[in-house]
Design a protein around this ligand. Structure first.
Ligand SMILES: CC(=O)N[C@H](C=O)[C@@H](O)[C@H](O)[C@H](O)COP(=O)(O)O
Length: 232
């Protein structure tokens, strides 16, 4: 077992991402968010974009999962081999890439892409999948970890309000590589359920590192309470 993967066993990975146009979209801000997550007990960090990956790698001494979201195509998470090599060279220990069966913009297969990342960089590969079949195929294609990241984000999967724990459980009993529970893990209880379902590690993003969304959750819950004469 690779030591980085062993370090993540039953531990929390915090995804530190801000989206285009958002106030927190800056490598230095994400570096600080990652440091805060490390301070709070995160065992690993997931980060998007070469500048963020590089800034976080220089500051936080934890396993780093890197990705590069690019393009308007269906396949947008580290869509090509060139993206994957850049992510590894920016400092990611683990390159997260689209692990679905959809055609990739550079025409390479998932297996070729994974083999080239291994050969040329020595980084590990996490395949972001949306179904059981994709996870099984990604493991067979050489992925070091398979994640449920894309469940609910492909045209052929439906988005549940919470995490896809059923997919976590079915993957965990079907593949020999560690399963990463990721996507809509919004509470500590969800994270514990994901471990019970067989996840090796759990990635939490929005619920820890995206204040705009979290603020929206609180505001919506409060807006749904109609004022009464006693609380006006
Ligand atoms: C589908 C997609 O693009 N997922 C991205 C992958 O890196 C991120 O936007 C998510 O924040 C991440 O997966 C963590 O999930 P959540 O924020 O739900 O805890």
């Amino acid at each position: 077992m690779n030591t980085l993967i062993a370090q993540l066993r039953h531990r929390l990975v915090v995804s530190c991402q801000a989206y285009p146009g958002e106030p927190m979209r800056s490598p230095d801000t994400m570096r600080r968010v990652a440091l805060a997550a490390a301070h709070g007990g995160a065992a690993g960090i997931r980060a998007q974009g070469l500048a963020d990956i590089s800034a976080i790698r220089g500051a936080v001494d934890l396993p780093l999962i890197g990705l590069w979201k690019d393009g308007d195509d269906d396949v947008f998470i580290t869509p090509t081999l060139e993206h994957a090599l850049s992510v590894a060279r920016a400092g990611a220990h683990i390159v997260a890439l689209d692990g679905t069966a959809r055609p990739r913009p550079d025409g390479r297969t998932l297996a070729d892409t994974i083999a080239a990342v291994h050969q040329l960089t020595g980084a590990l590969v996490m395949a972001d999948c949306s179904t059981l079949a994709e996870g099984i195929d990604a493991a067979a294609a050489g992925a070091d970890l398979v994640g449920t990241t894309l469940s609910g984000y492909t045209a052929y999967t439906s988005k549940q309000p919470g995490p896809d724990l059923d997919l976590v459980a079915r993957l965990a009993s079907s593949v020999d590589v560690p399963v990463v529970a990721e996507g809509r893990i919004h509470t500590p209880a969800h994270a514990a359920q994901a471990l019970r379902a067989g996840a090796w590690t759990v990635v939490v993003g929005t619920a820890i590192t995206h204040p705009s969304t979290i603020t929206g959750w609180f505001a919506a819950a409060m807006a749904s309470v109609a004022p009464t004469p006693t609380n006006i």
